[in-house]
Write a new protein. Sequence first.
Length: 499
Amino acid sequence: MAQPLDTQPAVNPRRWLALLFIGLAQLMIVLDITVVNIALPSAQQDLGISDGDRQWVITAYTLAFGSLLLLGGRIADYTGRRRSFLIGLIGFAAASALGGAASGFEMLLAARALQGVFAALLAPTVLSLLAVNFTEPRERAKAFGVFGAIAAGGGAIGLVLGGLLTEYLDWRWCLYVNVPVAAVAVFSWYVLPADERADGDRARFDVPGVLLAVSGLVALVYGCSEAESEGWDSLTVTGLLTLGVVLLTAFVLTERVVPRPLLPLRVITDRTRGGAYLAVGLAVVGMFAMFLFLTYYMQRVKGYSALVSGVAFLPMTAAVLVSAAGVGTRLLPKVPPRVLMVPGLLIAAVGVALLIPLEPDSSYAAGILPAELLVGFGMGLTMAPSMNYATHGVQPQDAGIASATVNTAQQIGGSVGTAMLNTIAASTTKDYLAPAVRAHEVTPQLGKEGLVEGFSEAFVWSSVILAAAAVLVGLLMNTPRPSRQPGAEQTEPLPVHLG
């Protein structure tokens, strides 16, 4: 039986320098999510991408990323973390350069999917390297604190950087920027510990599980996307959605019987962990809706520049940091997790609901800012306990899989949510403008009103999803506060060991 790599790693004397390179890699992954959101309107216009297809620029990345994360963790353990880190870095940079040079939608889509593939290898390797380099409790707390700050602040940096690059250079530089970051991080080869393979049989991967999970998720997302042009009751859409459900059901059944499952079902059937994954997967629907549709509202309707749009999102990022790092971390040891998560999801739902009455002439201060602050604060209250309890009560050999699963829930929730909500928005806009299109009376002002009508409908559904998530988490997560849990005196978290 193959054993994980580096089960007893020696102390790395250059671990703090290694943290610099690990942080750069994490920054690159986080940047790529928000920086492309800001650049998307310019890319859509430059490459002639339709409104129905624009979401695939985001979804191609998140779908490949989320569906392959668990496999990426397995590969890293069996081929070596340092080697996987370098392969992920170089591959991600090459895919970014390909996307920056894209001459059409298909080429950009392929590059974004490749970015997701290599990010799925890089992200779990980053977490695993962080854990094996920092084993002493105090040092590990500091290292994960730095890592958490990068993860939280990287989104804000991406919004502003994306605006700067798009406005003063070109949207393509939002992808090219990954190349120099990766070039610097490549020098991590000299400071990361060498890979050591343990004795044992060759690694065996759950190939059927990977194929079923990826194909099932692609069918679901593609079905949601096609609904914009074909309609929800079309044979194509219903067939794709049905196929997706069947394939994912087959995935679950397969994971019950294979000797080395990609995702051991014991990880997700626990009520606490299952509630955490559910909260993360549904919460990002609201977050992605906020980023995608507000970006288009500010640039296409309000006429904001890419830079101003990026800066306009900063209050939401600040609210996330305040609630997660301030309120959340202080209350988390004292209260049950759902006492934070349920109000957090409800606050975020109210924040998104405030965007429903938006009009083309709504002001930023009155129409957007209050919603951003509420959504950011609610997301912080939700994500802090969700990430903390993602490995609640898990066995040490499953700690890495549990960590990777919460990342998977985040990416897949974003993929399916973006596809579904973009379809709803585009369909609503099309129906709103249909009479004027038939009469050839579409004016610029009417076009803006049609866009806002579509965004409002998407915000309605996003708010409902967040409120439903609050109800489900409230019913599912019956975990007591930490002081009442067995073994509560042992507060040291499990080491992250992916795969």
